[in-house]
Design a protein around this ligand. Structure first.
Ligand SMILES: [Zn+2]
Length: 305
């Protein structure tokens, strides 16, 4: 594994961290993870604070970031954050953001027209935002030349026309309409189901529970492995306590089962784990410890600030 600032090389693939936001999640541990065991946060305080939890304000700290992959000559974005100017009346932390995300992407050497593939691990508010940008009064695809890979179970679940009830409820209001439908209308969405091979190094598979279509992107290249797991875990506490769900998990039992399965796979195959929202060094190698998992080693990314 070689390091450059904010970039790792894994086999024939480079992985770059592109920040949209780092700071308070607007939720305390008790709100965000209501089923975390009593005392667990205090027990693990010495390594959760300050990167993942601010005990002073009792706020969880979260990163919104894109994992930028370059593989076989193509430029690939894994998750697209919250986006700018989006009306999010039920999610005040994400309401009408105005961040420098596109400048951060440019600093990583990527103009919007350079992006070949966008992967939305699932269709929550904080994973699809930069799919589109505001042009006049219209939401248009931010990445005009990209194919957007979208898991079909989430596309069907979150389409308001289908009338599904969700745990997230109003928290995902407007998201399908302003960040998914415009890309679909432009003919840039490819719906996948069951599994999808991107290239020799990268593959998408279902990882349901957090949402029906939640997915995992597996990197396997020249003996190096990584799992891009979206919201399988939101905080490293869930490594030590893999039964702990976020309050946003649509199917709690399935979410726990998928978390145990994929963390086990990461530990056994020495795959670097890339969750969507870890602050600190962002990615982590895990090992089994007792009924859960422990941090074996953090990835070589600088701590986010
Ligand atoms: Zn998320």
């Amino acid at each position: 594994m070689h390091h450059a600032p904010d970039q790792l090389t894994l086999g024939d693939v480079t992985v770059t961290r592109v920040k949209e936001y780092y700071g308070p999640a607007g939720l305390t541990p008790g709100q965000f993870f209501p089923d975390s065991p009593d005392g667990a946060w205090q027990e693990h305080r010495d390594w959760l604070a300050p990167d993942f939890w601010d005990p002073g304000t009792d706020q969880c700290r979260t990163a919104i970031q894109t994992w930028l992959l370059r593989s076989e000559g193509r430029t690939i974005l894994v998750d697209t954050g919250v986006g700018n100017h989006k009306d999010r009346p039920y999610a005040p932390v994400w309401h009408r953001l105005d961040t420098e995300y596109l400048d951060n992407l440019a600093a990583a050497g990527v103009r919007p027209e350079d992006v070949d593939l966008v992967v939305n691990t699932h269709l929550h508010i904080d994973h699809v935002g930069w799919n589109t940008r505001l042009e006049g009064r219209e939401w248009v695809p931010t990445f005009p030349n990209a194919t957007y890979l979208v898991p079909r179970p989430d596309f069907e679940f979150w389409d308001p026309a289908n009338g599904h009830r969700s745990v997230l409820g109003e928290g995902n209001r407007n998201v399908f309409e302003d960040s998914v439908a415009p890309v679909h209308r432009a003919g840039q969405v490819r719906l996948w189901d069951g599994g999808h091979r991107i290239d020799r190094n990268l593959r998408l598979d279902p990882a349901p529970g957090h949402t029906p279509g939640s997915s995992v992107l597996t990197l396997d290249s020249d003996g190096e492995r990584a799992l891009f797991v979206g919201d399988l875990v939101h905080t490293p506490l869930q490594l030590a306590e893999p039964d702990t769900n976020s309050c946003f998990c649509e199917d709690p039992a399935q979410s726990r089962a998928t978390r145990h399965r994929l963390l086990g796979e990461a530990a056994e195959r020495h795959a670097l784990l890339f969750p969507a929202h870890f602050g600190g060094s962002g990615a982590v190698e895990v090992a089994r410890r007792g009924p859960g998992f422990a941090v074996e080693e953090w990835a070589g990314f600088p701590r986010i600030s």
